[in-house]
Design a protein around this ligand. Structure first.
Ligand code: G3P
Ligand code: CA
Length: 253
């Protein structure tokens, strides 16, 4: 992008709209994902969990309390119950009526239009969710490399090992905010099943970026909510910047 090229070594940085363009619209809703596409993000980032009756749904917290007008845990509510909630009003009256999307809806609406960075959120709460994710992707031929820009990531490394076995051609990312995971030994272990090392920006250094690149992995960092953070990550020369504000990375937006 313009911003990256003017600062870095002409290598393009991917802009990932965190939970959609979450700075401008209610996170993890169609309004936020459409806004990200309108702002020309390269990827949208989504958080996937599972309803009580097995539907894959897009929501960040493990409870619905913060981002909807309901209460309770995602995994204790049926899809019908989750779907009846208003996931938009908390962000502003103009977003009233936004619903919790399903994973299938997001794939159908956006694949081929924008990259999709799929986070398995707390997969330890949803045994077998890896198989369901793999099925939805395979049914759409999104499990093969064809410039479809699908990446799967999680803070749960065991879950990512399973995903890598189920979908060996889909890039995998590991998420962390711990410096303990930045040692050469830890990075080497990640590289046996993951393609991306995705740290919070507080632990990013130029040395870390160089180390990750030297073992053949890419690095995406999160979560940008200020211009300073965006400028820092552009200088660090990461491969992708995960941001609530896509325009902080590319001022042309
Ligand atoms: O994509 C990285 C970032 O989303 C990880 O943190 O809490 O926003 O899911 P969180
Ligand atoms: Ca996330």
């Amino acid at each position: 992008t313009f911003a990256a090229e003017s600062i870095g070594d002409l290598r393009k940085v991917d802009i990932v709209a965190h939970r959609g363009a979450a700075g401008y619209a209610p996170e993890n809703t169609i309004a936020a994902f459409d806004k990200a596409v309108e702002m020309k993000a390269d990827y949208i980032e989504i958080d996937v969990q599972r309803s009580k009756d097995g539907e894959l749904v897009i929501i960040h917290d493990t409870s619905v309390n913060r981002t909807t007008d309901g209460t309770g845990k995602v995994g204790d509510l049926t899809f019908t119950e989750l779907r009846s909630l208003d996931a938009g009003s908390w962000k502003g009256e103009q977003f009233k009526g936004e619903k919790i999307p399903t994973f299938a809806e997001i794939l159908d609406r956006y694949h081929g239009k924008v990259g999709i960075l799929i986070e398995l959120k707390a997969p330890e709460l949803y045994p077998g969710i890896e198989e369901s994710i793999a099925q939805e992707l395979t049914a759409r031929n999104l499990d093969v490399p064809q410039n479809e820009k699908i990446i799967i990531q999680s803070f749960n490394f065991e879950s990512m090992k399973i995903m890598n076995e189920l979908l060996p051609k889909v890039p995998i990312g590991v998420l962390t905010s711990s410096k303990l995971h930045t040692t050469p030994e830890a990075l080497q272990e990640f590289s046996t099943y993951a393609d991306y090392f995705n740290p919070s920006y507080g632990i990013v250094t130029k040395d870390l970026v160089d180390q990750v690149h030297s073992i053949g992995m890419k690095i995406s960092s999160w979560t940008v909510r200020s211009q300073e953070a965006a400028d820092f990550l552009l200088e660090m020369d990461v491969d992708a910047i995960i941001t609530d504000y896509p325009d902080y990375v590319d001022p042309r937006n």
